[in-house]
Design a binder for this molecule. Structure first.
Ligand SMILES: Nc1ncnc2c1ncn2[C@@H]1O[C@H](COP(=O)(O)OS(=O)(=O)O)[C@@H](OP(=O)(O)O)[C@H]1O
Ligand SMILES: Nc1ncnc2c1ncn2[C@@H]1O[C@H](COP(=O)(O)OP(=O)(O)O)[C@@H](O)[C@H]1O
Length: 200
């Protein structure tokens, strides 16, 4: 914490907000290549949670890279800063009592580990959306791989920039053999005890 900044003691705590909501805060962190299926799965999962009365919020490139992080590029340093800021925002969302879904390529191991240290470890679920580069290139949802392979985009993850796969993710999803619905059910099964368990 910076010098000369003294935190206020607020009467209402994260614990109180979680109690009022009837569930714990959780950060569901989706990592994987562009086009691996992070947003598709996160979207379906949020809908399911919402329908169960769980208070949620989704963070992804649309609301972050076009907003608070509009100043950042895809250089390694800027990706690190992108993920650091998102970690801090997610931490506020956890404090607010929300189940927060974050879908970012987040290619560097050290940046993802930093998230664990920003938020309380118990609240963090790392979900590796493991789809092969070949499949992502075949899908080419946004036409980025074609451009990257033609040399029109620099620093494209998987083509001209690294992706460091998680070694011990909490969950690993294989979208080439698993449907979106199956992935969502598996994630729900995994997080249910965390949502409703003793999380003090
Ligand atoms: N060079 C390069 N590398 C990877 N991705 C690129 C790049 N340029 C643009 N895009 C699009 O931006 C989305 C990735 O942004 P992120 O904020 O998730 O990236 S990172 O975590 O900072 O690495 C990513 O979105 P998703 O496809 O949803 O993953 C891409 O659509
Ligand atoms: N099992 C699956 N899980 C997730 N996405 C899938 C699956 N099978 C095919 N897809 C398709 O792959 C694409 C993934 O795109 P998207 O969710 O935007 O990826 P990301 O957010 O990782 O960039 C979508 O067009 C989706 O319909």
């Amino acid at each position: 914490m910076s010098k000369n900044i003294v935190p206020h003691e607020y009467q209402i705590t994260a614990y109180d907000r979680q109690k009022l909501n009837g569930h714990n805060s959780l950060l569901l962190w989706f990592t994987g290549l562009s086009g691996s299926g992070k947003s598709t799965i996160a979207n379906k999962l949020e809908l399911k949670l919402f329908q169960e009365g769980i208070k949620t919020y989704s963070l992804d490139g649309d609301n972050i890279r076009n907003g608070i992080n509009v100043d950042l590029t895809f250089s390694p340093e800027h990706r690190t800063e992108n993920i650091r800021r998102i970690g801090e925002i997610a931490n506020l969302m956890l404090d607010a009592g929300l189940v927060t879904l974050a879908a970012f390529v987040s290619p560097y191991k050290k940046d993802r580990m930093n998230i664990r240290s920003i938020v309380k470890d118990v609240n963090f679920v790392e979900i590796y959306v493991n789809t092969s580069l070949e499949e992502c290139v075949k899908r080419d949802v946004k036409g980025l791989y074609e451009k990257a392979l033609a040399g029109e985009i620099k620093n494209m993850t998987g083509i001209s920039a690294p992706y460091e796969a998680p070694e011990n993710p909490d969950l690993e999803i294989f979208t080439e053999t698993e449907s979106v619905e199956q992935a969502v059910e598996r994630i729900l099964d995994y997080i249910r005890p965390k949502l409703h368990g003793d999380n003090e």
